[in-house]
Ligand binder design. Structure first.
Ligand code: URA
Length: 240
């Protein structure tokens, strides 16, 4: 792989910046300062440093964000701020996109990645990846709400949902909903179908990963090795 491509894919600097940085002696390969950024390297085995710091190559990046309200789950929008703006400049350079959508006013766990294949897999309605939401609603939920959710309820437009798990606290205006699919505005539409209204919605789990509550709203961190392995395990176990 070309050195400038490697450095830009790792989000360190653009390819143009690499040429200048190399001229200025800021880049080394296996301990030798290199003056050109268009040379070829072995990205798996060569040791590349930029300003003295080693760059560790990984083909894909996975980030967990605690999404605040007010942000659109997209990489650009003409009107509102987008979730990718919350990331560092370095991460903004490597083409991360949100894996799935949360409404502008929905909070909580959002995975961002540049791994299109894994993202596609996790979002496919065929694969029933689990999403768990904490909710609050306007009116008290009736006694039979749990069984209605579980029996696969019909929402507007005659769309039938897969079975969903509703767990309420004693107020019956708060709790958790777990879905195995992700239709547009699904939780809100399920509550509307019961003449109720969601007043608070926060995703607390996605694909087996729990929201990291040490992240404040708007904060993010890279996924751990274990979390990446867990995400990939959905994909690798697809035919089992
Ligand atoms: N369901 C909704 O209605 N909104 C979300 O943001 C996510 C699930």
């Amino acid at each position: 792989m070309r050195l400038d491509k490697f450095i830009s894919e790792c989000g360190i600097a653009s390819r143009k910046e690499c040429a200048l940085a190399a001229k200025r002696g800021r880049i080394s390969v296996n301990g030798e300062t290199v003056k050109r950024a268009d040379i070829h390297i072995d990205e798996q085995n060569d040791r590349v440093t930029f300003d003295g710091e080693e760059i560790v190559y990984s083909k894909f990046t996975y980030v967990l964000l605690n999404k605040p309200s007010g942000y659109i789950s997209a990489t650009e929008d003409g009107k509102y701020p987008v979730v990718t703006e919350l990331l560092s400049e370095k991460l903004q350079r490597i083409g991360l996109f949100p894996c799935g959508r949360l409404d502008r006013d929905t909070l909580g766990l959002m995975l961002l990645t540049n791994d299109g294949e894994l993202s596609h897999f996790l979002l496919s309605p065929k694969h029933h990846v689990k999403k768990k939401y904490a909710f609050e609603c306007e009116s008290i939920l009736k006694k039979d709400a749990e069984s209605i959710f579980f029996s696969g309820m019909e929402i507007d437009g005659g769309i039938v949902c897969r079975e969903a798990l509703l767990e309420c606290d004693e107020t019956r205006k708060k709790g958790f909903v777990t879905l195995m699919e992700g239709k547009y505005h699904q939780v809100k539409r399920m509550f509307e179908a019961l003449d109720n209204k969601i007043t608070y919605l926060e995703r607390v789990e996605f694909a087996g990963i729990a929201l990291d509550t040490s992240l404040k709203r708007g904060e993010w961190r890279l996924c751990t090795e274990e979390e990446i392995a867990l995400l990939r395990s959905h994909y690798e176990n697809r035919n089992k």
